[in-house]
Design a protein around this ligand. Sequence first.
Ligand code: C2E
Ligand code: MG
Ligand code: MG
Ligand code: MG
Length: 290
Amino acid sequence: AAKSAGGGRFQFFSEGLNQKAQERVAVEAALREALKKNLLTVHYQPQLELREGRVVGMEALARWHDETLGTVSPARFIPIAEQTGLIHQLGAWVLREACVQCKRWHQEGFPLSVSVNVSIKQVMQEGFSEMVVGTLLEVGLEPKYLDLELTESMLMEKAAESVALLRMFKSLGVQISIDDFGTGYSSLSYLKNFSVDRIKIDQSFVRDVTVRDDAVGIIKAIVAIGHSMGLQVIAEGVESLEEEEKLQLCKCDQVQGYLHARPMPAPEAGAFLRDAFARTAAGAGKEESL
Ligand code: C2E
Ligand code: MG
Ligand code: MG
Ligand code: MG
C-alpha cells in the first residue's frame, strides 16, 4: 500500500507515526502513575576490582514492571522520562533509594560505593546539586560513596557546560564516571578538561575483545590514557572468563557484567555481597597464615 500513490504513502507513514506517538503517550501515562504509586524498583549489579575480586561498588539500575505493559526496559522508559520531564522525579527517587541501600550495606560492614545513572537533562536542572547534597545528608551517606554515571555522548553534546558541571560535582565530593566510554567520540583534549574519576569502557569493546585482534589494542590504549590521567578504568558487560582474562591483560582495574552477576533486587545483591566478602576475607586470612 505504501508503494502506491503519493497520498497513500503519506497516509502509511503518518499512521505509523501516530501509532508510535500513541504508544509513547500510553507509556508516559503509565510511568507517571507508577512513579506516583511507587511501583518502580532498583536492581543492583556488582562492580569488582579485577586483581583480588573484591566488590567495590554496585550500580543501581531502574526497573519497571507494569500490569498491562509488562516489563518495560530502561532503554525504552528512560528516554520517555527525559522527554517528558519525569526524569527529575524518577532520578531523585532512584538516587535516594540507592543511597539508602548503600548506607544499609555499610551498616552491615560492607564499605562499598553505589553508582547512579544520571541524565544530562537531570543534572542541568536548577537545584540538582542541592537535591544530591540533601539526599546524602538525610541518608547519612558520605559523598565519596556516591558515584554518578554520565554517558560520554551526553557529556560531549553539552561539552562546554559539562566541564563546569563536573567541577561543581567534584566540589561536592562525589565520584564521577563516564559511562559507555568509546561510543561518544570525545576528543582526548576534552577528557583532560572533564574532572572525572573513572571511565567505563562500553560493552561493545568488551564484546570485540575475543573476536577482533585490534580490540585488545584499543582497550589497552584506553586504559593507558585513563591511567595517565589518574583515572580508574572499569569494563562493563563482561560475560565470559575469556573476556575477563583479556581485560586483565589490558590492565583494566575493575569489571562488571553477567560473568559475575546480573543486576539483582537488593536482597539478592546483599546475599552476593556477603558471599563475596566472606570469600575475599578467607583469601586474606589464608595469605596471612602463610
Ligand atoms: P548503562 O548504565 O550503560 O547500564 C548497563 C546496561 O547493561 C544495563 O542495562 C545492564 O543490565 C546491562 N548489562 C550489565 N551487564 C551485562 C552483560 O554482561 N551483558 C549484557 N548484554 N548486558 C549487561 P539496563 O539495566 O537495561 O539499562 C540500560 C540503560 O538505561 C543503562 O545503561 C542506563 O543508561 C539507563 N538507565 C538505567 N537505569 C537508569 C536510571 O535510574 N537513570 C537513568 N538516567 N538511566 C538509567
Ligand atoms: Mg551506567
Ligand atoms: Mg554503560
Ligand atoms: Mg548504556
